[in-house]
Design a protein around this ligand. Structure first.
Ligand SMILES: [Zn+2]
Ligand SMILES: [Zn+2]
Length: 243
């Protein structure tokens, strides 16, 4: 069970089942230390319009005795690192993930192209994390992407929801294993998230055990195993984005 889950979705995303308040209450009941609400970007069908990301900043970040942060899982739109939310809106978010989504119009591309797009996105100082980089629908060149993750200090994600899809589709998870091992070699960090679209899935990382990945994923390489590390990381990013 994750104590810090940085990537979940609410009704705002268009295809998730719970309200913001419900998600926060369930996170508190489950004993989480911090919940991240990273809604889909405007290009995902049914997703919020861009101005949502302007208004959401008005919500206090502690409700029902639970700390949470709000942001976006923006969509990577092209090979030059264009996202579906502009920098003005990204700058207002507590947390910015960016990922490739076929639901936002990404067509099948080569691992070289997918990697290029992700690496270009990492160069944007407003982007904090890359969501589900080893997705079976958008294969990458793992070595190149992990190297860039380290260079640009943009951690990659082990996404529990997508791990489940891999299992369901019978897809080999060798890329994910490879990614984790390389992150370890670099003495770098990644995040593990539930990507919960239903409140009951908040913090659920049981698929990590099912896929026998737990031994590879020791706390020293997981940024979200420490609240202090997460706050420091986000603060560092904020400072860099200002310069
Ligand atoms: Zn996603
Ligand atoms: Zn997501």
């Amino acid at each position: 069970m994750l104590k810090i889950d940085l990537h979940t979705h609410t009704l705002v995303s268009g295809h998730a089942t719970n309200t913001i308040f419900e998600m926060i209450q369930v996170a508190r009941e489950k004993g989480l230390e911090l919940l991240g609400l990273a809604e889909h970007g405007p290009k995902v069908e049914g997703g919020p319009i861009a101005s949502y990301f302007h208004h959401s900043i008005r919500l206090p970040r502690r409700l029902f005795n639970m700390n949470f942060i709000m942001g976006v899982e923006a969509d990577i739109m092209d090979l030059n690192g264009l996202l579906d939310l502009n920098d003005r809106h990204l700058r207002l978010q507590d947390i910015v993930l960016a990922g490739i989504h076929r639901e936002a119009g990404w067509t099948i591309k080569s691992p070289e192209e997918n990697s290029k797009a992700i690496i270009e996105v990492m160069k944007n100082p407003l982007v904090h994390f890359i969501s589900h980089p080893c997705d079976s629908n958008a294969r990458i060149e793992v070595e190149k992407v992990v190297k860039a993750s380290y260079e640009y200090q943009v951690p990659l994600e082990v996404n529990c929801l997508h791990l489940g899809y891999h299992v369901a589709r019978g897809v080999d998870i060798e890329d994910i294993r490879h990614m984790i091992k390389l992150v370890r070699d670099y003495r770098w960090k990644l995040i593990i998230s539930s990507d919960a679209h239903v409140a009951t899935a908040i913090g659920d990382d049981s698929i990590i055990d099912k896929m026998k990945l737990r031994d590879l994923l020791s706390e020293d390489i997981i940024l979200n195993s420490s609240l202090t590390d997460v706050w420091n990381f986000l603060e560092e990013k904020r400072k860099k984005a200002k310069t």
